[in-house]
Design a protein around this ligand. Sequence first.
Ligand SMILES: Cc1ncc(COP(=O)(O)O)c(C=O)c1O
Length: 399
Amino acid sequence: MSKIVSEKMYELGSKRSEIRELFEYGKKRIAEVGAENVFDFSLGNPSVPAPDCVKETLADLILNGDPVSLHGYTSAQGDAVVRQACADYIQKTHGCNATANDFYMTCGAAASLTISLSALAQEGDEVIILAPYFPEYKVFIAQAGMNCVEVKCRESDFQIDFDAFEKAITAHTKAVIINSPNNPSGAVFSEKTIRQLATILEEAEKKYGHSIFIIADEPYRELVYDAEITVPFIPNFYKNTLVCYSFSKSLSLPGERIGYIFVPPCCDEHDAVYFAVCGAGRSLGFVCAPSLFQKLVPACIGQTADISIYKKNRDLLCNALTAYGYRVVRPDGAFYLFVKALEDDSRAFCEKAKAHDLLIVAADSFGFPGYVRISYCVSTQMIERSLPAFEMLAKEYLK
Ligand SMILES: Cc1ncc(COP(=O)(O)O)c(C=O)c1O
């Protein structure tokens, strides 16, 4: 072990994530057996190009914009015009009061989350996360010096298990992170669920005499596939909400690092919370989100990549896997299928899948052992080619 670096950071940096390991393995296998024979379902990287408005707006900005201001620093919290465009959109779409001064532009949801947690963190605070969860939550919570409390969702539909949730709330609870549509389960929390969550948290706030925040992690907000599914806008149901939004998935721009935090005007001590968000952004070095991509936002907010391709992929994979005997809860959103492994040890199951060049991720690091995540943000042709391999794998177990 090195004597000159932070042990904690060394640990984080030297331990590759399981998902990245698998992706690297896939690249090696492609070199060995050819791309058409490897079925890589490991990453959550959008497979659909950004909508035309992105190319058109970028071209216009580059050809006609002032190059100095285009690539220059903006205000630390983001360009005022861009923040006003976000406010107008939220007001128009969700009917929620919003001004430019309620927004902090960020480098995507990851930055939004780590800034929000650091802004709220006080000694001894606990943050509840709902399993299955995005594994990075634990890293962000630890970075903020907070303690993580895990609550498992119901296995039948991956909705909140409210009995378990209520038991997990203590005098130290400061926040709960919710992610709907969910990575990795694809579950979407209904309005009824959000209302129940809000009631429980309001009672807990009264009981313990302090504010408890919902941190709404929303990179998948627009990725829902059926007309009857709506994604409630949480601040309309619970005032102490910080919305951590990202354009990574909606506009297929994950590499460009652009998103925002919305601090609703109605939240407790709004100005203090907003200043703490600005302070956390400053202390973490997340000031002035990428300027060019901030300036793209006013023209593209509310648009999406062609998500009908994800719907097609979901239906294809979900129907085929169900027919082969896998247990699949049909996901309402995001682009992941969460499937029960055909043996208790999901890592061992993924190793057996690897023998068929099926690269799927064990859900242990998502806090839900016994399951696997299959990302269907891939080409439909790859899914079609992979189906015989999924069928053979099932037959090994379900003889
Ligand atoms: C649930 C969830 N939250 C946050 C992120 C981070 O998103 P971003 O690329 O905007 O930082 C991801 C990325 O996959 C995610 O799945």
